[in-house]
Structure formats: C-alpha cells, structure tokens
Design a binder for this molecule. Sequence first.
Ligand SMILES: NC(=O)c1ccc[n+]([C@@H]2O[C@H](COP(=O)([O-])OP(=O)(O)OC[C@H]3O[C@@H](n4cnc5c(N)ncnc54)[C@H](OP(=O)(O)O)[C@@H]3O)[C@@H](O)[C@H]2O)c1
Length: 332
Amino acid sequence: MQRSLDLGVRVVDTAELYGFGRSERIVGRALAGRRQQAFLATKLLPVLPVAPVVLQRARASLRRLGVQAVDLYQLHQPNPTVPLSQTMAGLGRLLDDGLVRHVGVSNYSLHRWQQAEAALGRPVLSNQVRYSLVDRSPEAELLPWAQRHDRLIIAYSPLGQGLLSGRYDENHPPSGAVRRSSPLFLPDNVARARPLVDALRQVAAAHGATPAQVALAWLVRRPNVIVIPGASSVAQAEANAEAADLQLSDDEDAALCAASDAFVPVGGMAALRGLARRQADDTRAELRQRVGALADRAAGDPGGLVGGLLRAARQAGRQAARQAAGGVSRAG
Ligand SMILES: NC(=O)c1ccc[n+]([C@@H]2O[C@H](COP(=O)([O-])OP(=O)(O)OC[C@H]3O[C@@H](n4cnc5c(N)ncnc54)[C@H](OP(=O)(O)O)[C@@H]3O)[C@@H](O)[C@H]2O)c1
C-alpha cells in the first residue's frame, strides 16, 4: 500500500467482510499520516441493514480504519429482504453527520441502483461490479447510465482474477480455493481465453508492457470507470500503477474488444460439472497426501498407535476381499 501511494494510486478499497475486519485495520495502519492522499472506500455487509445497524457498523469500520470519515461507504451486496428506505435512512444520517462523504453500492442491477438513489434522495455515486475483458456485462446498462449521469463504475476483478495476466494455462491452474472454485479457471475456459490473452500479448509487446497492464489500460480508457486490481506482491502493485500511463490506440482497443467478444466461456451445467470434477480431484489428492503422511509416521513408529491402526485397516481390507472372492466363487 505504501508503494502504491508513493506511485500515485489514490483509490483504496476495503470492506468490513475482508478478513472479518483485519483488512480495515491493515489499511488504517498503512494510511496513518497519509490519510489525505487516499480516496478511502469501505463496504458494509448488509446482513440486517436497518438504520441503527448501518450506523453502528459504519462507526465500527471508522474505528478499525482509524479515521474520522470515509470518502465512500458502499453496500457490498443487495439485500432484497430489507426495504431500501430503511438502509438509506441510516446512510443519509451518516452523510449528514459527515462520517461518510459519498454513498455507493456493489453488485447492484441498474434498476436497484436507481431505486437506491430514489430512497436516499441524493446521488449514489458508484456501483462496484465485476468488469474486465472476460466479463463486459456492465456495458449493457450500468456503464452507459453512469456515463450519462456522472456516476462511477468501480471495476472489480479487472484482471479476471489473474487470468488476463497470461500466467495460467490448462496445465498450470492457479492454486487457492477462490480461483479453483471459479468457472473461469476450468481447463476449458482457460483454453478458450488463449486467443484473448494472445491479443493482449500482442498489444503489450508494442508498448513494452505486460498483458495485465494492457487489460487495465483498456478499462481505464473508458470514461467513468475506476479499477481496483488486487496485487499479490509489491512488483505487481508497481506494474498496476504504471498501467495508468499506458495509452492504447483506438485500433488496439477495437482488436481487444473483438478478441473479448470471441471469448465465450463454458457456463451453466457444463461449468458446474467441471467444478464438481475439480472438487473431487482436489479431495482425492488431499486424502492421498494425508494417508501418505500417516504411512510415513507409521513407518517411523511400527509399534505405535498409527502403525497398529493402519495394520488393522489393511487386515480388514484383506478379509473383506477374501469374503467377496468366496461369495463370487459360491455364486459361480
Ligand atoms: N465488491 C465485490 O463483491 C468484490 C468481489 C471481488 C473482488 N472485489 C475487490 O476487487 C479487488 C480485485 O479483484 P480480484 O482480486 O478478484 O481480481 P483481479 O484484480 O482481477 O486479480 C488479482 C490477481 O491478479 C494477479 N495480478 C495482479 N496484478 C498483476 C500483475 N501486474 N501482473 C500479473 N498478475 C497480476 C494476482 O494473482 P496471482 O499473482 O496469484 O496470479 C492478483 O491476486 C479485490 O481486491 C477486492 O477488493 C470486490
């Protein structure tokens, strides 16, 4: 975070949900003495977003962040079970008291965003949604409306969770539960994304940049779009900040749009089946690893409890096999 601020990054986005408050505390420590340099955004997880709860949760976020006010307070998800009027009453009060400078939403449809504005009686500045070359759904309604009405689209997962960096292929998937359970990283979809990643590589080569930087530059070219890439190292944070200086031509933009249009990922039941297969493979691999570790322990301590249990299990297995064979020969 320190390096990003040094390089001119200004939007810092966190949420009470991230690390159950830990992320806000880390952001607060990083911003100590530099609060004025950041446009600070956090999010409320709307479990029961009635006015008193909204007020109490906002104050808790401010305490963790160590600040008097945040620049943007966003509703992390829609909650259709609580009337927007109740939630917005709380947010309006936070605006009036100066604890929050702007209100935003996240993962809202256009209709619900407009309903939120009507309930607040003031602009709801931004909608934070998934937006990248692998998912351009915000272009249908959200972005044109934001551009017409001077609102913002905050693009999350702007690198398609790292898929657009070109680091991954069918044989080298990313690790970590989040991406292993994402349909985007199914082998079929990673293969289908190859022409898009190649198009990014081609543009990147012309600028001495990386595919990830071009993916970000493509987004920030769009009026009223802000990107919040996640970085897993200082080097990535530096590269992402540098992407702000990359100027793509209209032809390059058009080539990337065409490659993005041609990317049609596997979805629906086929994706669910792929994810279930991946889950089963991961579970099998984990079990194998655990049994291997147990066998190692047993080898080091043949007379011990683990060795005894493993011997008993093997014996039971052999007995069951003998009984099954007897049954077969009797049946025969
Ligand atoms: N509002 C919401 O509901 C919501 C939902 C999801 C995310 N978000 C927010 O959006 C932020 C970003 O989204 P995200 O993390 O899901 O996806 P992302 O920004 O598309 O991808 C981040 C990943 O891409 C790789 N990467 C980043 N910079 C790179 C570079 N310069 N070169 C190569 N690889 C690079 C890193 O992974 P590897 O190096 O491991 O490949 C990094 O973890 C999150 O931090 C979160 O704050 C919000």
